[in-house]
Ligand binder design. Structure first.
Ligand code: CP
Length: 317
């Protein structure tokens, strides 16, 4: 695997999940692969899970890791070409990227959507500059439009817990006080559309996801109806994608929060969320604390998804 940017880079998805589950059984079996190799993790945004799980995955593979928080201690970076740099940004990404790349073998990048321009975000402007100018394999640690390490961990978690061969998986929008990117729901949809599941998306009107991610997924605007018979409920907030409301909050309707009354409509479904989660906005305390909540297992599986991806990247160096 050269780069890891979407589900497409995993090839056969069933094989990738099988490989991940094998790695989980013996996560130090490939320690030789990363000897004398360095993984650089570049964060333009905050992180808890991605930062720790990716470092742990790299360590399991015998790699060294360097972590850079661009906004804490590095020079403020300009990302647009052609700008007269007479403001507060001291360094251009076009120099910074090859310099950073000179210290490592593989680069991970986290660069969220900024919601200033849909074109800038959906062209993955920052991630693509790393791919173009680093000369090194690049993996996404959540970019503007996708979070494929999260979605891979989510799929592993579903595989570990499913009770039927083809479970019903529901991605539900839920309210949030701030405008959040579509990266997590986009990638979750991308993976579920490739997996052997009955996939339904439910959200208020106006929150339709980008077609290239939602594809042929069934969209049900009635959340209660969507929950009927579900085996997995995956909750997430996202801001509007469709023009002219790109990046805007259209609703804070608290009736969309996942609570125990809604979970009773399901087939005793498992509850999933990528975390961090706002309790009693997205999900009630009793649901996230219930035995059906998989949120900690999902987060733990981030180590496994990252390790499977890094293993494949190391094998291709
Ligand atoms: N789910 C996830 O990516 O968590 P962090 O933002 O804490 O890395």
């Amino acid at each position: 695997m050269k780069n890891y940017l979407s589900v497409n880079d995993l090839g056969n998805l069933q094989n990738a999940v099988k490989e991940a589950i094998e790695i989980k059984k013996n996560r130090f079996a490939y320690k030789h692969l990363g000897e004398n190799k360095t993984c650089l993790l570049v964060f333009f945004n905050n992180s808890l899970r991605t930062r720790l799980s990716t470092q742990k995955a790299a360590m399991n593979l015998g790699m060294n890791t360097i972590v850079l928080d661009v906004n804490q201690g590095a020079w403020k970076l300009e990302t647009e070409r052609g700008v007269v740099m007479d403001g507060d940004k001291s360094e251009h990404l076009l120099e910074a990227i090859p310099v950073m790349a000179s210290y490592c073998d593989i680069v991970g990048v986290r660069a969220f959507a900024q919601f200033e321009s849909k074109e800038y975000d959906y062209n993955e402007t920052i991630l693509n500059q790393f791919i173009r100018y680093s000369g090194k394999p690049v993996f996404s640690m959540e970019a503007a439009t996708a979070h494929p390490l999260q979605a891979f961990a989510d799929l592993i978690t579903i595989e570990e817990n499913k009770k039927t061969a083809r479970p019903k998986v529901v991605l539900t929008w839920a309210p949030h006080p701030k405008a959040l990117p579509q990266a997590v729901p986009n990638s979750f949809a991308d993976f579920m559309n490739e997996a052997d599941v009955d996939f339904v998306i439910t959200h208020p009107e106006g929150y339709e996801l980008c077609e290239s991610f939602a594809r042929n997924a069934k969209v049900e605007y009635n959340q209660n109806k969507a929950f009927e018979g579900a085996d997995f409920i995956y909750a997430k907030n996202w801001a509007a994608y469709a023009d002219p409301n790109y990046g805007k909050i259209l609703s804070k309707d608290m009736s969309w929060m996942v609570d125990s009354e809604k979970m009773r409509l399901t087939n005793n479904a498992f509850f999933m969320h990528c975390l961090p989660v706002r309790r009693n906005m997205i999900v009630s305390d009793d649901v996230i604390e219930s035995p059906q909540s998989l949120v900690i297992q999902e987060a733990a599986n981030r180590e496994i998804s990252a390790q499977t991806v890094l293993k494949r990247m190391l094998e291709s160096l």
